[in-house]
Design a protein around this ligand. Sequence first.
Ligand code: ATP
Ligand code: MG
Ligand code: MG
Ligand code: MG
Length: 482
Amino acid sequence: MTASEVRKSFLDFFNSKQHKVVPSAPMVVKNDPTLMFTNAGMNQFKDIFLGNHPAESPRVTNSQKCLRVSGKHNDLEEVGHDTYHHTMFEMLGNWSFGDYFKKEAIAWGWEYLTDVLKIDKDRLYVTVFEGSKEDNVGRDDEAAEAWKEWIGEDRIINGNKKDNFWEMGETGPCGPCSEIHIDMRPNEERAMVDGKSLVNMDHDQVIEIWNLVFIQYNRMANGELVPLPNKHVDTGMGFERLVRVIQGKSSNYDSDVFTPIINKIAQLSGFEYGKSEETDIAMRVVADHVRTIAFSITDGQLPSNNKAGYVIRRILRRAVRYSYTFLNSKEAFVYKLVDVLIATMGDAYPELQSQKTLIEKVIKEEEESFLRTLATGISMLDKIMAETKANNYNVVNGAVAFELYDTFGFPLDLTELILKENNLVVNRKEFEEEMNKQKERARSATAIETDDWVVLQHDDREEFIGYDYLETDVFITRYRKI
Ligand code: ATP
Ligand code: MG
Ligand code: MG
Ligand code: MG
């Protein structure tokens, strides 16, 4: 099955179960001060769960464009380094608003994976919420019972509050969830069925594919959980992960969602994919980030100096930094990937085609402007190197490397790479000290991480005062009490 066929089969399947197919909401959220980007399929249904407005249809399904680069869900540092976290990804979902509950959600999830897609049942296992004393909630036996109809008890694993209890924010709708994981290790490597070790296993072939959330409580301001009169189902499955599984690949980047883009990067850069870890990471970073930037632009968010635009700018710069450092690309080239992106995703997202000229122009200009900044940084570095050598040193001051990082967006590895070519090194300890000082400064500014949402209490209001960044690419959202 091609990626397009997989997407269609999911929507068709839930449509056959009386779900209305609804479009993806924009990935960039425009009128919600508590959320910058859509990070899950359920975001657009938030007001239904909060009881602010009724559902137009009790069952819906869609494929939602998501972005996880800020707040509670920030996967940016993983992207490119692993093979299954993206910045932008599609989340396939089905919802019940006060309609069906655990039994049907579980039965249909299982039917779709094992009957429609014919995924090997032996490779699947599931988690259920183990319960929580402090919340006075027991194990989610209801979900476990529903699973027992389909899967052996040894493959139903208890999960803790962190992984198996979803909350919208400090207060509001919440509930236990049940995740479906798949073990794609080669047969000979697969352990005997030992669920516990699987769940704790950090293995890139044992991955979570689907999360079924059962919204059945309301978290009150005093921390108490009160059962909701209407119970809801909210599920989310990573489309790129699913396609990789269906196509039997060991990396999302080896499925047809990404191979055309990776091939084009290889062709443009002259580096072959699969030859070295460093260049592979860079190629994955670029392949991932071009999607994010192109889709942000079609959603009306151009790279800029503040808020969402700044996040997008930094993502593009991350792509340029990786390709500059590891793919030896000294000229703008990310924009040249837009064609192939349209060829792979234009069917499902026609706005890519209709806004092609704008996407290419914006990316090219951003790339060129950042490459000029890099060039300025490099000439500064040249001067520093000359001075260091003139003084007969071979160690460059860490504070200088930090300034390059802070002002010119030079990550330490880029500085080190250039220094290495000149037989110089950087004083890492000094660099770390400067970095820590900056983190302290950011921290003391009453920084809090966003939850999925920050629910503003009437008597405890917080005013949004902007985004900031802590480390190279980690953003924090800043609020102050008013
Ligand atoms: P993980 O533990 O792998 O980070 P998660 O538990 O944070 O995933 P959920 O919030 O449960 O993810 O989202 C539902 C599904 O979306 C996941 O089961 C996964 O298939 C997919 N998903 C989550 N984050 C990403 C990402 N960064 N890139 C691609 N797919 C993702
Ligand atoms: Mg995650
Ligand atoms: Mg998880
Ligand atoms: Mg999850």
